[in-house]
Design a protein around this ligand. Sequence first.
Ligand SMILES: [Zn+2]
Length: 387
Amino acid sequence: MTARIPAKRPPIMFVSPPKYVQGPGIIDDMHEYIGDLGTRVTLICDSFVWNNFGARVTKSCNAGGIELNRFEFSGQASIGQVEKALASAQQADSNVIIGMGGGKACDVAKAVGARMRCKWVTLATIASTDAPTSSLSVLYKDNGDFHSYELHGKNPDLVLVDTEAVARAPARFLASGMADAVATKFESAMCAIAGSHTILGARPSSAGLALGALAWDNCRKYGLSALKAVEAHAVTPAVELIVETNTFHSGVGFESGGFSGAHSVHNGITHLTESHVAMHGEIVNFGILVQLTLEGRADADLDEFIEFSLPLGLPVTLEQIGLAGLTEDKLRIVSEAATAPGESIHWMPFKVDADMVAGAIIGTDAYVREYLKSRNNLSAPFRPQIR
Ligand SMILES: [Zn+2]
């Protein structure tokens, strides 16, 4: 019998880093993994990270016979920083670029490595985003405005995550990373239902979708105990699991499973400088609730997500992301930016316009405030940016 071959359409694609290594004190052993890739390293990290870990990095590199050139990163993943780091790495004739610290240092290292066509590595000391795993750099102008997404066509050659460092950092980073991770479940599900494509221009793979679902499962089951352990600067199996979830499941899940509404709402909200008191994942957390509202979900689904968020200190209202008393004009800026051409919100299974997003933002905030009042819960405490 003749096989029924469907009309040509985008392929299914799954991408990931070739090696992911996570553990307490991995910084001390980094030479064992990096030595396979090259022996002339440019390390991109800010002064805070260097002051905390520089001596251990130097010791490990010396043990592995690795030449170390350090580029002092300003903290902003800007085009200017990429150019300066590139010049430094070229002068040192480096064959491995390492981004160490959080997502922004990783994004600069990926962009420099891609320009040099050499190996690049991420060494994460916090678990607040999935940037260490992805093949994407989010780059800004030197004044802090968004510049571009750079897709590098490959993931880092090696991802290292030091869970002891993660447990030493403020627990808020871990909570923010959990929000970014669970967004993968909600966003990829919509992307798949819509038959949309991922950031790779491919159809979502079931492995990517499964990692998104696993992220939600892990954060619900182990998120709070992991957070409490990190508040006490302890590394437990739950911490290890959540760090892997935030960094690996989230990164691979969104690239190979897709994303859609919540991150577009985030992108819209970040146009208002008042929101810059909140971290990436914290704004995404509110974006997930807005996406659920747009989907027309039942109150019980919203309640479930609110109940997940509160013990983790994740924001669920506009006020908690710095947007108390949002004016009509500012709401318009957010909703138009969230639905600008190219935004992933257009990968939802139905057409979404600015009016729908504006309504969902206001409706979500009103519902959550009422929910908190009825529970006599004065909402999660609002915490200023730590660093
Ligand atoms: Zn994200």
